[in-house]
Design a protein around this ligand. Structure first.
Ligand SMILES: [Zn+2]
Length: 481
């Protein structure tokens, strides 16, 4: 029996507003802030306090909704989702239920099987909960509550069960993250919990139309963890189905240390949360003109960039992908190409994807931190293209530019790196080398052709790497024959 897999994702995205969703508390970096220092009576859930909607969070939600080709609700409703949890002092979470701010959208993804669209069912606003820290000190176990995170705005983006392989799950998650980062509505920083995933996974026999019983895997903190959890779950479900068993509808957790899913609770239904409209907030009315203003602020998005780079610069797909993964990198690339004159976009791309990325990896610098401006990079590439310096020297110069911020021209001068391409000078050096190694020369003449590269190396060394390699090769060949 062959089985077919259906996967839908819920992605919780922390919106990068300055303040929280319903109060004026600052959104603080969880890796820096002391626990419970960014809290107030509203996000602590004190009786008698009232929430006020953060306009910027709504704007971010609309922006994301538009970029996901969603319809934007001109009237949406905040609802109370009631449940008890120690990190939720109010006893309910303000979310959106029946009328979310955005719905019925889609996003295009590319996998080894080609392009396809994943439908977005809805995207709704809600507030984050606090965080529990489970401690174990000298056999004593207890939990601490930090409410800095309580009330940070989240956008929950829910897909239809349109994904059928782990590759599609990966492509969707990466594309969604890229899109949201381009929109600058989230940091997308998974290490700080700015994107968290939940996967709904089910299996059915190939000839079955109806979806199988689904399980929900909660609290996946990275795309990688999600992939592992889904892979584990698919194997587990297939085994049960093959043995004639039935899948239980339940909520699962994922243990990173044991690399397995575990049952948390039998699946709750929506009515368990006793949703009802939040009585402390009026309906959220979004005017058309505001939606139009937000739409006009959407920048060129990754997919548009891919199409344009291909059409305007005929770059290969892989290189395009490397350049667009970070919006700042693509801006740097475009700035450089704008100034590059005769130099092709492909040559510029090679320098950035190769040497500049290498340096960024090595030094931990981002493109904003590097000391080489697009204009200076162009000047370096020109020195190389016009054969003033050879490739090795150019790499050396770039390295120094990145370290010191000095212009290419000055480094070439200071280090005397100008390429030697004068035929007279090179002929002199080659003559010396041929006289120095008569045995190697005779073995070359006796047919050992590999010795040519060795002799070439000797000449380049004698020029201290400054010989123009192409000219050296021509003269060496001529003089040997
Ligand atoms: Zn607060």
């Amino acid at each position: 029996m062959q089985y077919f897999t259906d996967i839908g994702l819920e992605v919780h995205v922390e919106l990068s507003t300055r303040t929280k969703m319903f109060c004026g508390c600052l959104v603080v970096d969880p890796t820096v802030a002391q626990p419970n220092t960014a809290v107030c009576p509203v996000c602590l859930g004190m009786p008698g306090t009232l929430p006020v909607v953060n306009k910027q969070a709504v704007a971010f939600a609309i922006k994301a909704g538009l970029a996901l080709h969603c319809q934007i609700a001109e009237r949406s409703i905040f609802a109370r989702k009631n449940y008890f949890y120690p990190d939720l002092p109010k006893g309910f979470q303000i979310s959106q239920y029946e009328l979310p701010v955005a719905f019925e959208g889609s996003i295009g993804i590319t996998t080894s099987q080609g392009k396809k669209n994943i439908r977005i069912r809805r995207a709704h606003l809600e507030e984050d909960t606090g965080k529990l820290e489970h401690c174990n000190q000298q056999g004593e176990t207890y939990s601490l509550v930090d409410l800095n995170r309580a009330g940070i705005p989240l956008l929950e983006i829910v897909t239809e069960p349109d994904m059928h392989t782990i590759e599609e799950v990966r492509a969707y998650s990466q594309e969604l993250r890229l899109l949201l980062r381009y929109l600058e509505v989230t940091s997308g920083d998974m290490e700080k919990g700015a994107m968290r995933f939940e996967a709904n996974v089910s299996m059915r026999p190939n000839d079955n139309e109806a979806l199988g019983t689904r399980v929900e895997i909660k609290n996946l903190n990275s795309i990688h963890s999600m992939e592992k959890a889904i892979a584990y779950e698919l194997e587990r479900q297939q085994k049960i189905l093959e043995e004639g068993g039935a899948i239980l509808q339940e909520t699962l957790g994922w243990s990173e240390t044991r690399s397995e899913t575990f049952s948390q609770r039998s699946k709750e239904e929506a009515h368990d949360y006793r949703y009802f409209p939040e009585p402390d907030l009026p309906p959220l009315i979004v005017e058309k003109t505001w939606i139009e203003t937000i739409a006009s602020e959407i920048p060129e998005l990754p997919e548009q960039k891919r199409v344009r780079y291909k059409a305007e610069m005929s770059l290969p797909a892989e290189k395009i992908e490397s350049l667009i993964q970070d919006k700042s990198v693509s801006s740097y690339f475009e700035e450089t190409v704008k100034r590059s004159g005769e130099i092709t976009a492909n040559t510029v791309a090679n320098w950035i994807v190769g040497d500049l990325f290498g340096w960024m990896n090595e030094s931990g610098c981002s493109i904003q931190d590097i000391k080489v401006s697009p204009a200076e990079l162009v000047s370096l590439i020109q020195f190389h293209e016009q054969r003033v310096i050879n490739k090795n020297s150019a790499k050396e110069v770039l390295h120094e530019m990145l370290q010191t911020g000095k212009p290419a021209r000055q480094i070439i001068q200071d280090k005397g790196l100008k390429q030697v391409s004068s035929t007279d000078e090179l002929e002199k050096t080659i003559t010396q080398i041929l006289q120095k190694f008569p045995e190697e020369v005779s073995s070359y003449h006796a047919g050992k052709e590999t010795i040519f590269n060795w002799l070439f190396g000797q000449v380049m060394q004698a020029t201290r790497g400054k010989g123009d390699p192409q000219i050296v090769k021509v003269i060496l060949k001529k003089m040997l024959s």
